[in-house]
Design a protein around this ligand. Structure first.
Ligand SMILES: [Zn+2]
Length: 197
């Protein structure tokens, strides 16, 4: 791969790596920022720099946090007997917005994708099994997405967790098949949580 020819090209190249952004959108964003909105360009640059510097992973749930232990893991009011497993920080945020879950979380690094060579180790299954074996967790709630890969992930994790004597539940159907949790409306997620089995 050749190095980008200019700062403009480098910016377009960087934007293009964002999810859902193609070359055309990346160009449009870059031109907009540089041609019409320099103030936003500066703001974006400093926000990005600060976030990349200060936001890390919570050592317990692996979600995003600015402190070694995130606010949820550090909250003594949360129920340490329930551990909800999600595919990423956006799903954790979606569940939190429902306000109907008071347990703790474990954030995976995505979901299984055998065709792309992404296996159980790659998504943090080993860390999950360790975390779930802390002696306090009584129920592991699998809240991976309702896509084929999300279902396969839930199946594999459920087997491993049950083999260690843990009670495993899955978010109830009602969340439309093929859905990414972060795009599902809040009341649907809240119901799926209550009706888990
Ligand atoms: Zn945490």
């Amino acid at each position: 791969m050749n190095a980008p020819a200019s700062h403009l090209d480098a910016l377009i190249d960087a934007l293009r790596r964002l999810p859902g952004v193609g070359v055309k959108s990346a160009q449009r964003m870059a031109y907009h920022l540089l041609q019409h909105d320099r103030a936003s360009a500066q703001r974006l640059a400093s926000a990005l720099q600060a976030a990349a510097e200060h936001v890390q992973h919570c050592r317990r749930c692996h979600g995003l946090s600015e402190t070694p232990l995130c606010g949820i893991c550090a909250d003594p009011e949360r129920d340490a007997r329930q551990l909800c497993v999600v595919e990423g920080p956006a799903d954790l945020a979606a569940l939190e917005r429902t306000g109907s879950y008071r347990g703790l979380y474990f954030v995976l690094k995505g979901r299984l994708s055998p065709l792309d060579g992404v296996g159980a180790r790659d998504i943090g299954a080993t860390e999950l099994l360790e975390r779930a074996a802390d002696g306090q967790v009584q129920e592991v709630i699998l809240a991976t997405s309702f896509t084929a890969e999300g279902e396969a992930t839930a199946h594999v994790l459920a087997q491993a967790l049950k083999a260690r004597g843990l009670q495993v539940t899955r978010l109830a159907r009602g969340v439309p098949a093929g859905s990414e949790l972060e795009y599902v409306d809040l009341s649907t997620i809240a119901h799926a949580l209550v009706d888990r089995r």
